[in-house]
Design a binder for this molecule. Structure first.
Ligand code: G6Q
Length: 552
């Protein structure tokens, strides 16, 4: 199918916007008893209610046509066929293979990758079970009680978010910690409470060159060697990497290196051996349920018509908001405390994937691409930033996420959580008119003058978009499905925006400049010819002055 440029497709959507601008969601709900039925979709035990968005069937059919003319189906199939769709890095994008449950070959460069995938899974199984049952111990034979994962970005956010989300499936006597920041506070605070004889470090780095991870790994190694002796290092360190030589060079036993492949992007790697801390925390069986959940969503994504395809629906709503209405942010609001790191995880997934301004052919993007993704769990956010979502001058599309069943049987907590979640999307949609406010204030006994003074402040414009994702319970399979859902949403949007969602060149410049600046930061006394801009030089000398004041 010939690709119709987004700009052309937008003309039609802009006409729809004009029409939708004259109708409120309140009106659409009151005039259509079937609105929820029409604009909700279910698959894989997840319900998506998108009826509280400013859409009608004409809008949705233009959006589905846009997806078709952008070759979403062809590109989706190309990804699964192992084509090198990450063109700027000349790599395939096969994270779906990591969780594939079927028996067909998954080919890359003519070779089935499933043998390698299953072999590594077998190694993860054996290792995680042996740590959990005490067969693998520390150097002095003590049982491992604490695991410290040292990694950053894609080698941290996934396992950290998942381990927290699935904590009810963990064990009290096996704690997993995550260290990512090069700020020494991160590793210092983590090591402070640990017994080295019972601690296992996982150095997680695809490249095994990332400065933050290597710095933290060196400090951890030093800490352990100081406490237990150099000879103990080998028993307390394992690595997850594609760079085997560098791991061996660090002092890791060759049998304790868990591999993965070039075709697994960092932010898509929680399904690979980067998920080792998850398998250790919740056990291999639960880890495979997590993979199987994602695989179920993959099947749905690959096999379902666009009109009922959950990731496609989410992606198109995002395009509608971003490119037609000009909304530049997207809030992720889990009413699920254990998903506290889910917004941060999606922030990386979405913003690193689609925060691009160059199209696949190298030309500049002419329309907005990835939105700013942010969020915090409800109900906490209600007492903080929701004010702006309800009454601010910017409109912020919200995704609400909610489990129908809690892990804890603690009435009335969950009922209150659910009522709050539903109430927020209702309030955003309905708003409150000035007449409704006036009537309330008069009923409360306020004078006419007081009422007129106060009323404008209590008006809610309403008509603000939100989508609710309801799932049965936050268990390993469901979490796998939710992550895969958002992965595919991100992919579909990248296809529509004609960008490469799988590279991340935007993180390079800062790394390069930090490397250049390090000698100047470390060398306090040497007089150098000013090599930097005035602001950077000013910051460097102020930094030195503060250090001197501290007596350094
Ligand atoms: C993710 C990115 C990035 C990466 C980190 C860590 O897609 O590529 O977040 O995961 O920079 O890289 P290493 O795993 O190589 O240390």
């Amino acid at each position: 199918m010939t690709r119709i440029p987004l700009e052309t497709a937008l003309d039609e959507l802009i006409e729809h916007k004009k029409r939708m601008g004259r109708i409120s969601m309140r009106h659409m709900f009151s005039s259509d008893a079937d609105r929820f039925k029409t604009f909700s979709a279910s698959a894989c035990d997840i319900l998506i209610d998108y009826s509280k968005n400013r859409v009608d069937t004409d809008v949705m059919s233009s959006l589905f046509a846009l997806a078709r003319s952008s070759s979403v189906e062809e590109k989706r199939n190309a990804m699964w066929a192992g084509e090198r769709i990450n063109s700027t890095e000349n790599r395939a994008v096969l994270h779906m293979a990591l969780r594939y449950q079927g028996d067909k070959p998954v080919k890359f460069d003519g070779r089935d990758v499933m043998g390698d995938v299953r072999q590594v899974l077998g190694v993860i199984r054996e290792f995680s079970e042996n740590v959990r049952n005490g067969t693998i111990t520390g150097s002095s034979g003590e049982k491992i009680t604490d695991i410290v994962n040292i990694g950053i970005g894609g080698s941290d956010l996934g396992p950290a978010m998942v381990t927290r989300a699935l904590s009810p499936f963990g064990r009290k006597d096996l704690r997993v910690h995550f260290v990512s920041n090069v700020d020494g506070a991160d590793i210092a605070d983590t090591l402070a409470g640990l017994n080295p004889a019972r601690t296992l470090f996982i150095i997680a780095s695809k490249t095994f060159t990332t400065d933050e991870t290597m710095t933290n790994a060196a400090s951890a190694r030093q800490w352990l060697a100081d406490k237990l002796g150099e000879g103990a290092v080998i028993a307390h360190f394992v690595a997850v990497s594609t760079n085997i030589a560098a791991c061996i060079n660090f002092g890791i036993n060759e049998n304790r290196i868990f591999g993965f492949w070039d075709w697994v992007g960092g932010r898509y790697s929680v399904w690979s051996s980067i998920g080792l801390p998850v398998a250790l925390a919740i056990g291999y069986e639960n880890f495979t349920a997590f993979l199987a959940g994602a695989a179920e969503m993959d099947r749905h994504f690959l096999e379902t018509a666009l009109e009922s395809n959950l990731p496609v629906i989410l992606a198109l709503l995002g395009v509608w908001h971003r490119n037609v209405w000009g909304f530049s942010t997207q809030a992720i609001l889990p009413y699920d405390q254990r998903l506290a790191r889910f917004p941060a995880y999606l922030q990386q997934l979405d913003m690193e994937s689609n925060g691009k301004s160059t199209q696949l052919d190298g030309s500049a993007a002419t329309l907005g691409t990835g939105p700013i993704v942010w969020g915090e769990p409800g109900t906490n956010g209600q007492h903080a930033f929701y004010q702006l979502i309800h009454q601010g001058t910017d409109i912020i599309p919200c995704d609400f996420l909610l489990a129908a069943n809690p892990q804890e049987d603690m009435s009335p907590h969950h009922a209150k959580l659910v009522a709050n979640c539903f109430a927020q999307s209702q309030a955003l949609m309905l708003g409150k008119t000035i007449d409704e406010v006036r009537a309330e204030l008069v009923a409360d006994g306020l004078s006419v003058e007081q009422t007129e003074q106060l009323a404008p402040h209590k008006v809610f414009p309403g008509n603000r978009p939100s989508t609710t994702l309801l799932y049965r319970q936050l268990d390993p399979a469901t979490l796998g499905k939710l992550i895969a859902l958002y992965e595919h949403k991100t992919f579909v949007q990248g296809v529509i925006w004609n960008i490469n969602s799988f590279d991340q060149w935007g993180v390079e410049l800062g790394k390069q400049l930090a490397k250049n600046l390090l000698p100047a930061v470390q060398n306090k006394t040497a007089r150098r010819k000013a090599a930097n801009d005035a602001s950077t030089e000013g910051l460097l000398s102020s930094y030195r002055r503060f250090q001197e004041k501290q007596g350094k």
